[in-house]
Design a protein around this ligand. Structure first.
Ligand SMILES: C[S@@+](CC[C@H](N)C(=O)[O-])C[C@H]1O[C@@H](n2cnc3c(N)ncnc32)[C@H](O)[C@@H]1O
Length: 311
């Protein structure tokens, strides 16, 4: 996708929805590489674990499911591969993302129904779906309570929603600080003589990252307190609402690792790095779940997931 012009970036400062559309359209074709998204055991277990940890396994497979802010289809397609749902519909504000999600579905042998749609005004009749899902999308939606009302409207009675991968306020603060420190250290280190040729990104790539960073500052609208998120879901009429938080030490490791990966030439770190990064993240996640989950308050973890039912 072509990068947005300086004029579009200027307009986007005033309009977070336009910023989201421009930024994610721009990212669509490279998004899977940037976030190491795949449709295999690693991502199937990541997606199904996030779902199971907040909503359990009852109801699997859900008959018809809608995803909001689908991106390239990471959550819905991996949940489908993991046996969580049958019939998948994907929506996103960004036309580029809907196209890539459908293309990824086709490669996996699924014909997804996809629409460009704003989560605040879903283009579906009342009571259409057994399940509504989203991953890392709620924090981008300006009027989140309106979007949750739409979720309740399109759910069938007894239907469930599951939103995962949302940043908590405290977790996000720490992750951003660590990422900023890592970015400036990585830029300096990769420009050292002897390392530059192998690791440093070109000036043009760094310039593109800086322009992306301008939009990034506008697209991330909310961070969450888990209790307030639960209360908002209850206000729109959901019942049996619950939240879980995950990634404490895992996020202190994971965000710097992602930042290093973004700061160096694609592929420069090799498979040993990927193996080390994923293995360490898994070990720290297990430590967080078994130990820190019992002694650290929920709002200090990075990720919050929420589920509820339409009565
Ligand atoms: C961080 S990405 C996550 C994508 C995908 N769910 C994933 O986990 O890989 C957020 C997605 O939400 C979409 N989005 C942002 N605002 C939206 C809105 N108001 N309605 C629908 N989608 C929106 C963006 O276009 C983007 O694709």
């Amino acid at each position: 996708m072509t990068p947005p012009t300086a004029e579009q970036i200027q307009q986007a400062w005033e309009d977070p929805k336009l910023a989201n559309l421009l930024y994610h359209d721009w990212e669509a074709d490279t998004y899977d590489d940037k976030w190491s998204i795949s449709f295999d055991e690693r991502c199937i277990s990541y997606a199904t674990d996030r779902f199971r940890n907040v909503a359990g396994e009852q109801g699997w497979p859900y008959g018809s499911a809608l995803e909001l802010g689908c991106g390239t289809g990471f959550f819905l397609l991996n949940l489908k591969l993991g046996g969580v749902l049958d019939d998948g519909h994907v929506t996103d504000l960004s036309p580029g993302m809907v196209d890539v999600a459908k293309r990824n579905g086709t490669h996996l042998g699924f014909e997804l129904e996809g629409r460009v749609a704003d989560a605040e005004t879903l283009p579906y009749p009342d009571e259409s779906f057994d399940l509504v899902i989203g991953h890392a999308v709620l924090h981008h939606i300006p009027d989140l309570e309106q979007a949750l009302r739409e979720v309740m409207r399109v759910l069938k009675p007894g239907g469930r929603f599951v939103f995962a991968g949302e940043p908590t306020a405290k977790g996000d603060f720490v992750a951003r600080k660590l990422s900023q420190l890592t970015w400036s250290a990585a830029k300096r280190i990769t420009h050292l003589p002897g390392l530059r040729d192998r690791y440093a990104r070109s000036d043009a790539e760094l310039d593109e990252s800086s322009r992306a960073a301008v939009l990034e500052a506008v697209v991330d609208i909310h961070t969450f307190d888990p209790t307030e998120l639960r209360q908002m879901c209850e206000r729109v009429g959901a019942v049996d609402v619950s939240t879980v938080t995950e990634e404490f030490t895992a996020s202190w490791f994971g965000w710097p690792v992602r930042t290093v990966e973004a700061a160096v030439k694609p592929g420069a770190l090799g498979w040993k790095w990927a193996y080390f990064a994923y293995g360490t993240w898994l070990a720290l996640s297990a430590l967080d779940a078994k130990v820190f989950n019992k002694i650290v308050p929920a709002q200090y973890f990075y990720n919050v997931s929420v589920t509820g039912i339409k009565a």
